[in-house]
Ligand binder design. Structure first.
Ligand SMILES: [Mg+2]
Length: 228
């Protein structure tokens, strides 16, 4: 068994579904703007924005930039599609809530995300998960340096930290690079998270039930009692 003192958990497409709403807004814009612009050209622009933007605020900013420069005639319809997007429900991945509840019995669980602090904290509250996270940490961009900064600030050591995340590039590779224990969460809607290479040091789980099982078999708390 490996000793672990704390658990970092990614949020978007790890705890709740995220990119499905980006896809819904993309489809809405293609319909709304079909008379103003060539569909293929707009699809290409939007796909670039989906790939590059960090968080919902980032995606909305890049859509507004496309609207301002290319689609000024459709700005009102675009704003209305953006408003719908910003009101989307928070749908938690199957088994995530139960697994997080179990994890908090043994370890402090820290939400670790990229984007804007206010956006991610608000989503944790809307999801009704605030009580499960001892902290919500949001960095501008996830990489080995930002991860080491966070671990250092929280007095955590990589070898006693477990990272759980859906993205090979944003979650798994940086955490492996600094020496954390890592579980890659794959699932049916993890299209973006799969681009990249799974390092041999990381474990793979298909869904949260497998994560719970993997943790039970592999990790134990290095002290008794968690954050609860
Ligand atoms: Mg994610």
């Amino acid at each position: 068994m490996r000793l672990v003192e704390s658990v970092l958990v990614d949020l978007d497409d790890t705890v709740w579904y995220d990119r499905r709403y980006f896809g819904a807004l993309r489809r809405a814009l293609l319909v709304e703007c079909k008379d103003e612009v060539d569909r293929r050209a707009l699809a290409k622009l939007l796909d670039g924005s989906v790939q590059l933007s960090i968080g919902e605020c980032g995606f909305v900013s890049s859509i507004r930039e496309v609207a301002r420069t290319r689609l000024s005639a459709a700005v009102e319809r675009i704003e209305s599609a953006i408003a719908d997007f910003q009101k989307h429900p928070i749908e938690i991945l199957p088994g995530a809530r139960q697994s997080l509840e179990l994890l908090t019995r043994e370890w402090p669980v820290i939400a670790y995300s990229a984007g804007k602090q206010a956006e991610q904290t608000a989503k944790v509250q809307r999801a009704g998960l605030s009580h499960l996270f001892s902290k919500v940490v949001v960095v501008e961009k996830k990489n080995p340096d930002s991860l080491m900064d966070v671990l250092g600030q929280m007095g955590m050591t990589p070898e006693r930290t477990l990272m759980i995340g859906n993205s090979l590039v944003a979650d798994v590779q940086p955490a492996v690079a600094v020496g954390c224990n890592v579980i890659w969460l794959d699932h049916d809607e993890n299209g973006n998270g799969r681009s990249g290479i799974l390092p041999p040091q990381a474990m793979r789980a298909n869904g949260w039930e497998e994560i719970s099982e993997l943790i039970r078999r592999t990790f134990e708390p290095s002290h008794h009692g968690g954050s609860q």
